[in-house]
Each structure stands twice: as C-alpha cells, then as structure tokens.
Design a protein around this ligand. Structure first.
Ligand SMILES: Cc1ncc(COP(=O)(O)O)c(C=O)c1O
Length: 400
C-alpha cells in the first residue's frame, strides 16, 4: 500500500550502524565512556527509547526535556543536564540523585551552594561548563568566530577560575566533570583534538581530579568526504592520555545530528504545478518548514521518484522552483535546473534530515507529519500524522 505523503522515515539498520560505530570507536580508543543522547536534536519518543535501549543517557537542556526524559523512563541519575535554562526543581533532583550536572552560570552555582547548605550531611558531585576561545585554536572553524559563545563560565575572563574556586570551597561538593561543548562550522577532527587539549590544560591549571570530560556534540556523520566517528576518538584519546587515565576519567559524548541525519529521510509529493510570468512552480506537500525551519540551508540532498502512471513526454525545463505547501513566499526549497519536468504524483525524497528538523517543525498550516521506521522491508508507523484532535488537546473554548 502506498503511504500518504508527507512523512519522515527512519531506517533502523542505518541508525544502529551509526550508534555502533560511535561506541565501537569509544570502546577501542578509551574504553570508559558514556553516551548522552541530545534530546533537542530529535526527541521523537521512538528514537529516545531506541537510544535508551542502547544504554544511552538523556542529554537534556530544559525542564520540558527533563520531564520528557523522566516520562520515557530515564532515572535522575541517567540525566546529563546542560544548558542555560534548567528549572531549580529538576536541577536539585538530578544533583540529589547523582546525575551529571554541568553548571552553566553563576545563577546555577548559587542554586548549588544553597542545596549543599541545605543538606550538609550529603555529598554532591557536579560538572562545570567551560566557555573558552576555541576560535584561537581553530581559526575560521567555530560558529561564533571572534565573538564569545553564550554558554558556561568564561576561561579567559577568569570567571571559570572563580567558579571552580567557589565549588572547591564547598565542603560537601566535589567538582567532578568538565563540559566543553563548542559549536563549530567545520566539525573537524582538529576541533575535537583542541577540545581535548583544553581539557588537559584546565586540569593542569586548576589541579582537577575529574571523573568525566564531556566533549559535547558537534560531530560529522554520513557526509561524504567528512570525518566519521572513528576519525575523532584516536585524536581525542591521544590528547586526553597526556593528563587523564581512562580508569579514572570517562569521556561523555552528546551526539545529535551525526547520529540521526543519515538514517532519516522526508518523503514529499508534487501535487500541482503552475506557470507564472515564465516561472514554473512545483507545489509539494512538504514544506521548507519541515526540513529547514531556521531557513539556513542553501541546498538539499534529494532523490526524485517519478510518477510511473504519467505516460506523457517530460520536456527538460531550464528552471523549476520546488516549493512547499504553505502560503509563505519564502517556502521555496530549491531550483531544479535543466531537469525533466516534474508532474503531480512525482516524489521528492529529502535525505539527511533527522537532526533539528522534526524537533523544529512548526504546527503551521498543516500539523505534524507521520513518522515511519523502516525495519527490513517493513514500514512501522511510530507517529501518526497529527489531526485537530492532537492540536486542540489542553485547549478550552466555548462550544455553541
Ligand atoms: C551541549 C550540546 N550537546 C550536544 C549538542 C548536539 O550537537 P550536534 O547535533 O551538532 O551533534 C549540542 C548542539 O548544539 C549542544 O549544545
């Protein structure tokens, strides 16, 4: 039976291949590691439970993500808690249970000080996020360039030193981890080598005894000619081994896009074509909002599946503007140049769309599309298309 487009498909075998590639490389190069799956990248319940079954912890960055992790069965000690927007209650729960807490700000440090005072008989373990000038180590590669990042305690201004000193002064708190996630455009091996070098430098400078070094996310995966998981960890391990012993210190990784992009596609159909002032518009039932909600992509990986029922000649057309279904003019995905005419019933299948796509989908004009998991030849629906029923849940209105 033909499935109703648009829909996302996750190929389970490819997902498993990437998960295994990551853990095999960590196992081989360091042996002591933890995967914290990045919820924000894609928190589809099926994916979250897949990761949980593999043994991953939940890497969350808000009260809602924390609540979802708990709802999906992660214990408080199976949470890696990052980001600037934690709630006090969830912050305390994770610390009380011995989960992985990476302090992002002075505000959170104050929460920790209060908690430690409130429970003087209990011992707490925390990590701290270092904000440092990765651009200096990898010129032209970072997302922020010369501008500072917004997250964590700044090394260069002395705030990190102050934060570390404040934690060390607490009698019932141990600083046990460093979090060093830094977003880069290049996602290069050099970026991760530099992050590992920084971990070593901070350990030496502040005389730290760490049970974990959290490298964060930001790896490449499934992009031809770009690094894969097995390329990163020999370099990371080579650097970390200069200061750390795998028996004492584990590596935490927080994979997101690298894990799920390659296995995920978005299947759309052409439903209409129109010519306006010499321009051919190809109207599809998928939208740029489904796969590029932040409007930053300039190209897509895609394949065309022609409608076999269409028997007429397909002339080659100089330009066809592939457009989404919404009423926004910006909803144009790409220009299909010097290709055969596309007609209703043709499918456009976008590849590498698993990261920051489903989680950034809006409820705009059409509700969330269905999601299938491809297991062998079977297509298993893991989310049904949203209808007004899901849309109105929790709403109140006066019925006539
Ligand atoms: C702290 C943290 N961990 C993990 C990730 C996941 O990164 P990616 O999807 O690039 O692997 C991000 C993304 O920005 C992040 O900020």
């Amino acid at each position: 039976m033909e499935l109703q487009t648009p829909y996302f498909v996750i190929e389970e075998a490819v997902l498993q291949k990437y998960y295994d590639m990551l853990t095999d490389s960590l196992e081989k190069n360091w042996g002591n590691y933890l995967v914290g799956y990045s919820f924000k990248t894609n928190s589809l319940p099926w994916l979250v439970s897949f990761m949980k079954k593999q043994g991953a912890y939940a890497e969350v960055v808000s009260q809602d993500e924390y609540s979802l992790a708990r709802y999906m069965g992660f214990r408080d000690d199976e949470i890696v808690y990052n980001g600037p927007y934690k709630s006090v209650e969830s912050f305390r729960n994770v610390l009380m249970a011995g989960g992985y807490m990476n302090l992002d700000s002075q505000m959170e440090l104050n929460w920790l000080i209060d908690l430690a005072k409130e429970y003087p008989e209990k011992h707490f373990y925390t990590g701290i996020r270092a904000n440092f000038n990765l651009e200096q180590m990898c010129p032209g590669e970072t997302t922020m360039g010369e501008m500072s990042g917004r997250f964590g305690f700044c090394y260069e201004t002395g705030k990190l030193a102050q934060g570390i000193a404040a934690i060390k002064a607490l009698p019932n708190v141990t600083l046990t981890g460093l979090h060093l996630h830094s977003s880069s455009k290049s996602r290069s091996v050099k970026v991760f080598r530099s992050i590992a070098q920084m971990a070593c430098q901070l350990k030496r400078e502040f005389d730290l005894k760490l049970s974990y070094v959290d490298l964060g996310g930001g790896y490449c995966g499934g992009m031809p000619g770009r690094p894969e998981y097995p390329d990163y960890f020999p370099a990371v391990a080579e650097e970390l081994a200069k200061e750390f012993d795998p028996k004492q210190t584990k590596i935490i990784v927080e994979p997101g896009i690298s894990m799920i992009s390659k296995c995920t596609s978005f299947v759309t159909s052409v439903f209409d074509t129109r010519d306006i002032k010499g321009t051919r518009y190809v109207m599809t039932d998928g939208s740029r909002f489904n796969i590029d909600a932040t409007m930053i992509k300039s190209s897509y990986f895609f394949e065309i599946e022609e409608n076999r029922a269409y028997a007429a000649e397909r002339p080659v057309m100089a330009e066809q503007v592939i457009s989404g279904f919404t009423c926004m003019e910006v909803d144009r995905l790409f220009i299909h140049k010097d290709r055969q005419e596309l007609v209703p019933g043709d499918k456009i299948v976008y590849e590498n769309v698993g990261g920051y796509t489903m989680s950034l989908n809006p409820l705009f004009i059409q509700y969330f599309p269905a999601v299938y998991v491809k297991r062998g030849n079977e297509m298993i629906q893991v989310r049904k298309k949203w209808t007004p029923e899901e849309y109105v849940q929790g709403s109140v209105w006066e019925k006539e």
